[in-house]
Design a protein around this ligand. Structure first.
Ligand code: ADP
Length: 538
């Protein structure tokens, strides 16, 4: 068969991928259609396969306007690829679902789905009806998910004993781009999650972790701030760059003197009248400043701006202020400040009162690394749980994954062993169960078992190991060493296949979700035998 996708370069040497048109001009139906869908989806799966695992290769993504991203993260690669084929799009969504729900295992889920589709194709060729295949897969998936429970282990940790969490975060970072700063990043991920977690209720207030950053700068600038970062400085250089025992008035209403209503045309005929109007405005604003200060506030956080004159008055009256807080996500930043300082957002100036002020031990201006811009941090907040991580944009994704892994463990501390160990164990279990099934579904179940091997196979291949031999050896050892579900692929050549000793584990919920989502997708593809595009009359 001809290759389905090939790399080519344009006149500037930028690579792109040509995906061969599967459906020619005539629309196909039935099994032919399913097969063409499978081909399209497999093409996408094959692209991310080589980036799986700690030795996975990076991809360079070039956006239409020439921006370059280097990554080996499945969700990022798929998210930026422009795929047109509707079934290939389903695969992109698959990776996104895994990302949304778990935040990790985004490459693995696509590799598994690709393998399941490849297996289905072989079964279709043998004349097995798509519905029977789908049913067999579902049965096998249920079995595998149950088996996962049986081989799972618990990871113990507490607020004071975090070493296991740290090691898990390090493993997650291991396959990502930032290998130089592993320990620091792992520590930040663990600290961030623990400060917003309630360990007894196994609850993580994920939204209280804000990840903020700039393009450029170095990894070493990454910092965890126990509080909120505002990407703004004080509105006037004459204002103090630090406010201790801050009482914050958080305003989402304009903070400026009331303007004359435009409805009534204002006739200013002389300089005197103009001056009088200015005086009036000035007095009004001085009044407003006094009202704010009377509530006890010593810092104003404004969603909107105010003009230079108002700014000057604020400075003169010793009321520091920050304007245009939040930039694009105004709501988010203002909200976070309110939550962290236990303050109330004040949408109408008249409503401002002492009990609505937020409290923070200190608000100060800082600058990070090489970036010249100064920013404000609100620390020692009344509600100490909010944290902000300042990080360069390039490393956000890697840190996100590590944070998710730690979060998942806090919510549910059961894990299965990685490096394909759990997949191999499930593969053995499913294929054993298949032998006892008298109906035609046993073929689909065996096919499912083979598809589970795709993860360890890809891990071995990406690590430069002979895939089939390596898998065969580990599989037979799992069986002969008393169903040892800890043995996986030794990607980092540590001469040890015991993934428990190597601290390579995946959260149980992540692995389970991979199986369920991949199976669900494949079942859907097997049941779609026609794609009708609205508006085309072909
Ligand atoms: P995903 O986006 O699916 O998380 P990754 O590229 O992060 O993909 O790879 C995750 C896979 O690599 C998992 O199957 C995990 O068990 C495996 N893995 C991670 N670190 C190691 C390691 N040190 N040795 C063996 N396997 C590893």
């Amino acid at each position: 068969a001809q290759p389905q996708a090939m790399y080519a370069t344009d006149e500037y040497g930028r690579p792109f991928i040509i995906v061969r048109e599967q459906q020619k001009k005539v629309r196909s139906h039935g099994v032919e259609a399913i097969k063409s869908h499978i081909l399209a989806a497999r093409t996408v799966a094959n692209i991310v396969k080589t980036s799986l695992g700690p030795r996975g290769l990076d991809k360079i993504l070039i956006s239409p306007d020439g921006e370059i991203t280097v990554t080996n993260d499945g969700a990022t690669i798929l998210g930026q690829m422009e795929v047109d084929h509707p079934i290939a799009k389903l695969l992109v969504q698959l990776s996104k679902s895994q990302d949304d729900e778990i935040g990790d295992g985004t490459t693995g889920v696509v590799v598994l789905a690709g393998a399941l589709l490849e297996q289905s194709e072989a079964l279709l060729d043998r004349g097995i009806h798509p519905t029977r295949i789908a049913d067999g897969f579902e049965r096998a998936c249920a079995l595998a998910v149950k088996h996962l429970d049986g081989i799972s282990d618990r990871i113990e940790f507490s607020k004071t004993n975090t070493s296991n969490l740290l090691k898990t975060a390090m493993t997650s970072l291991g396959s990502k781009i930032v290998s130089v700063a592993h320990e620091k990043f792992a520590q930040i991920a663990v600290d961030a999650v623990l400060s917003v977690a309630d360990l007894t209720r196994r609850d993580v207030l994920f939204d209280l972790i804000k990840v903020d950053g700039k393009v450029g700068g170095s990894l070493a600038d990454t910092t965890l701030i126990k509080g909120v970062l505002i990407d703004k400085d004080m509105s006037h250089p004459g204002m103090p760059s630090m406010v201790k025992d801050a009482r914050l008035a958080i305003l989402t209403c304009p903070f400026e003197p009331p303007r004359p209503k435009t409805k009534h045309k204002l006739d200013i005929t002389s300089v005197e009248e103009y001056k009088k109007l200015r005086e009036y405005e000035k007095a009004k604003f001085a009044d407003m400043i006094k009202r704010v200060k009377d509530t006890g506030a010593n810092l104003v956080i404004c969603q909107w701006g105010f003009d230079d004159e108002a700014n000057h008055l604020l400075m003169q009256n010793e009321l520091p202020a920050v304007r245009w807080v939040g930039g694009p996500e105004i709501e988010a930043c203002i909200c976070l400040i309110a939550i962290a300082t236990n303050g109330r957002i004040v949408p109408r100036f008249e409503d401002l009162s002492a009990d609505k002020l937020g409290k923070a031990g200190i608000v100060r201006e800082v600058s990070f690394g090489t970036t010249k811009d100064r920013m404000l941090v609100v620390e020692e907040c009344a509600n100490s749980r909010a944290v902000t991580i300042f990080i360069i944009d390039e490393a956000k994704r890697a840190l996100h994954d590590a944070i998710c892994v730690v979060r998942n463990l806090v919510v549910d501390n059961r894990v299965v062993y990685g490096g394909g160990a759990a997949d191999i164990s499930c593969s053995i279990a499913v294929s054993k169960a298949a032998d006892e099934i008298p109906s035609i579904e046993q073929y689909a179940m065996r096919a499912f078992a083979s598809a589970l091997d795709s993860v360890p196979l890809a891990l071995a291949e990406n690590s430069g190991l002979p895939p089939i031999e390596t898998l065969a050896e580990v599989k037979s050892r799992q069986v002969t060493e008393g169903e040892n579900a800890r043995l996986g692929i030794d990607c980092l050549s540590k001469s040890d296949n015991d993934m428990k000793r190597q601290f390579v584990y995946d959260p149980l919920i992540s692995k389970r979700q991979q199986y369920l989502l991949a199976t669900q997708l494949v079942r859907a593809v097997l049941k779609i035998d026609d794609v009708i595009i609205a508006g085309s009359d072909e």
